[in-house]
Design a binder for this molecule. Structure first.
Ligand SMILES: Cc1cc2nc3c(=O)[nH]c(=O)nc-3n(C[C@H](O)[C@H](O)[C@H](O)COP(=O)(O)O)c2cc1C
Length: 358
């Protein structure tokens, strides 16, 4: 449902146009100093209302901590934080109760919750619920960085445009800095110009774009994870699939492995001093559900935003007749742009949960 994690339990709550959204985090050790600047910086990378390539809904996304922190440090008690919703325009969503958006959750939510679900802004299905996820992820990322673990995500593709690749073997500070300095979260500024063009064309066509987000987790020690149902892949996938709009995930070379031979795909082992490494990283740092000490690599596919301004075919659940739908309201032309820090949060929480195993 709305909670995940075994050792670090995260429970997310709220609705897009309700009073607030928030998170309760359990299992954090006492005495960890919360770096609010780092948390806010990560929230700001996801925040709406920043320019013409994301939704115009303008939210400050300032977290308010209600419990679990005293004098700037975790107390070891459940940490509860909320983020208030200040810029909701609920009238745009009224008709979606009876005319569901194609590609969105309106129809399935209506069936599952007998029409009692909060439809405004997508309610609990909204991408807005990823703000508290990023809050929790920012704390996890900071905790992991103190153990030398670095997490970097970028928009690997957007519509027809493909970005360069993150280093699969070792962390490169310059790559992370390039992504953070870029107008879109991409490594290659030349590709960014092409991506902005594609976004403009999609907007003029009253349409949206799909994307992929690549994430690499550097310096994870070998031996983290489990075989079977709690494999690293299973846990990372479960968290990523809780993010609305995610439709696929693969690890390392992923689905491309299907067209390789064993001799091409296998990552050869060697000793670098007393450290075991692999020459390539086609398996994305995971063997048998357990980390092998190489960077963990995964890619998610984000579907194109379903709320588009183009006229679409839908149904009227009251009259049981066909109905044309033109969606109003403010929407992201490409979900992936704001979901990049969300993927870093998913990775951080999955790894922290595993590392915190007794
Ligand atoms: C950061 C973020 C922003 C999103 N913004 C929008 C949006 O503006 N409009 C929209 O229709 N969907 C948006 N979504 C996706 C929907 O929430 C999602 O497609 C919907 O809830 C149905 O869930 P599903 O796509 O996982 O099936 C966003 C998702 C994320 C992660």
């Amino acid at each position: 449902m709305s909670s995940f994690g075994k050792n670090i339990k995260v429970n997310i709550f709220g609705e897009s146009h309700g009073v607030a959204i928030g998170v309760v985090i359990e299992g954090l050790k006492p005495g960890f100093p919360l770096d609010m600047e780092k948390i806010q910086a990560m929230l700001d990378r996801r925040r709406p209302g920043q320019g013409r390539y994301v939704t115009r809904r303008n939210e400050g996304d300032i977290p308010e901590i209600l419990s679990g922190v005293y004098e700037g440090k975790t107390t070891g008690m459940p940490l509860c934080a909320i983020i208030r919703n200040n810029d909701a325009q609920s009238k745009d969503y009224k008709n979606l109760r009876i005319i569901p958006r194609p590609g969105h959750s309106d129809y399935t939510a209506h069936i599952k919750y007998n029409g009692f679900n909060d439809i405004r802004g997508g309610g609990a299905f909204s991408g807005r619920l990823t703000a508290p996820l990023v809050f929790a992820g920012a704390i996890a990322k900071d905790l992991l960085s103190r153990q030398g673990i670095k997490i970097v995500s970028h928009l690997k593709s957007i519509g027809p445009v493909t970005d360069g690749d993150l280093n699969e073997i070792k962390y490169e500070k310059e790559q992370e800095e390039a992504i953070l300095a870029n107008m879109l979260p991409m490594i290659d500024p030349n590709e960014t110009a092409a991506a902005l063009n594609a976004l403009n064309t999609a907007r003029m066509d009253l349409d949206s774009l799909g994307s992929t987000i690549a994430t690499v987790v550097y310096n994870v020690p070998a031996g983290i994870g489990n075989p079977g149902y709690e494999s690293l892949e299973s846990v990372i996938s479960a968290i990523c699939f809780s993010v609305p709009g995610v439709k696929g995930i693969d690890f390392g070379k992923g689905f491309k492995l299907a067209s390789l031979k064993g001799s091409e795909a296998n990552d050869s082992f060697y000793y670098d001093g007393d450290k075991v490494k692999t020459r390539t990283n086609n398996m994305g740092g995971i063997l048998g559900g357990i980390s092998n000490g190489m960077p963990i690599i995964f890619n998610v596919c984000m579907k194109p935003t379903s709320s588009i301004s183009k006229k679409q075919e839908s149904i009227n659940l009251k009259t049981q007749e066909s109905e044309e739908l033109v969606i109003k309201g403010r929407h992201d032309p490409c979900i992936g742009i704001r979901a990049v820090p969300v993927m870093e949060a998913c990775a951080a929480l999955a790894i922290l949960d595993h590392i915190s195993e007794d």
